[in-house]
Write a protein that binds this ligand. Structure first.
Ligand code: GTP
Ligand code: MG
Length: 318
């Protein structure tokens, strides 16, 4: 995090805030080589939500993390303000010029480690969050329900958003696998962005009976790429569901090429026939290199699971 010191004379207003953004926002993204690929976070201070600020952010295509009303102030910066206030107070400046000088000195003196600690997101829980995306009716809910409950229904009930939890083994202990089943047809952009920001791994579902359903995944993939910066260390599985159907519109070879381009894994499933469903979730967890996760609590693959893998063969992973 780049800490630039600017002293405002008089009262801070929206125009000054906009000027600060103008001078610093892209500059700060330079060193970590973020380019335009970052999400900007600010609280709902009236200066931040003023028309001129909004226009500037919009004109410069800055992605903003929604900050819900009633949310507390941004914590990290508040911690730093407190540090600064205490340090300045201790040196008892006798006039304004001296205060400005001391402020600048003390601001620079805050160790980098303190800043790093302040911006580090507290690990809210031990959850591993998987988000399932895809066009309406491709079978996202069917896959999730088949996996979580072992059931399947022929009737189609569109989803708004549902979350399911399962305990899995993780690094010699346990954690909660949290699966978010999103809506295919009524996605609010803000909700989608939030799911992506919070998600650790993603399942992108299309139906092999609909070429259009692949097209609908493209903007979602782009958004994941934009929000996460890079896809390399993020488990993403492209899934062609309904592979039991004979009326195919999608050529497997083409999807394999797309998976290669997207640097993600690919497999075909059938929620209806319970084909490759458990394998889908296990393979996704296998792609996570930062944790060692297994669907079986004892961390080992059951003989039933091994047999299942043997019969069905490994899914085609890129
Ligand atoms: N033949 C076949 N039909 C399936 C399969 N999976 C789901 N379906 C059917 O496809 C329809 C839609 O399935 P859902 O799971 O509700 O689809 P969804 O992606 O959750 O849809 P939204 O919640 O609207 O985004 C239902 O009628 C399911 O029975 C499958 O593997 N094979
Ligand atoms: Mg659904």
């Amino acid at each position: 995090m780049d800490r630039t010191t600017g002293v405002i004379e008089g009262n801070m207003n929206a125009a000054k805030y906009r000027d600060i953004l103008n001078e610093n926002i892209f500059q700060s993204a330079l060193e970590p080589r973020l380019g335009q690929r970052f999400t900007f976070q600010q609280d709902n201070d009236p200066k931040h939500t003023a028309k001129i600020t909004k226009e500037w952010l919009q004109n410069n295509s800055v992605t903003i993390l929604d900050w819900p009303r009633q949310s507390p102030d941004l914590n990290p910066i508040e911690h730093l303000w407190r540090d600064l206030k205490m340090a300045v107070h201790q040196r008892s400046p006798s006039n304004l010029t001296e205060m400005e000088r001391i402020c600048k000195e003390e601001w620079q003196r805050i160790p980098k480690s303190r800043t790093q600690k302040a911006v580090k997101m507290p690990e809210q829980s031990n959850d591993y969050r998987v988000v399932v995306f895809g066009a309406g009716g491709v079978g996202k809910s069917s896959l999730v329900l088949r996996f979580v409950k072992g059931t399947f229904r022929d009737t189609y009930i569109p989803t708004i958003e549902d979350t399911y939890r399962q305990v899995i083994s993780c690094d010699k202990s346990v954690c909660t696998l949290q699966i978010t089943d999103t809506t295919g047809s009524h996605q609010f952009p803000a909700m989608q962005r939030l799911s992506i920001s919070k998600g650790h791994a993603f399942i992108l579902v299309f139906s092999v009976t609909s070429k259009q359903s692949i097209e609908e995944l493209k903007p979602i993939y782009q958004q994941i790429l934009q929000i996460k910066g890079s896809i390399e260390s993020i488990p993403v599985m492209l899934v062609g569901n309904k592979c039991d159907e004979t009326q195919r519109e999608v050529d497997t070879k083409e999807v394999e090429a797309l998976a290669k381009e997207w640097k993600c894994a690919f497999m075909e499933t059938s929620a209806k026939m319970n084909y490759n469903v458990k394998e889908l979730f296990q393979e996704l967890l296998n792609l996570e290199k930062r944790r060692n996760m297994s669907l079986n609590i004892d961390g080992k693959r059951s003989s039933k699971q091994k047999r299942a893998e043997k019969i069905k063969g490994k899914c085609s992973l890129m």
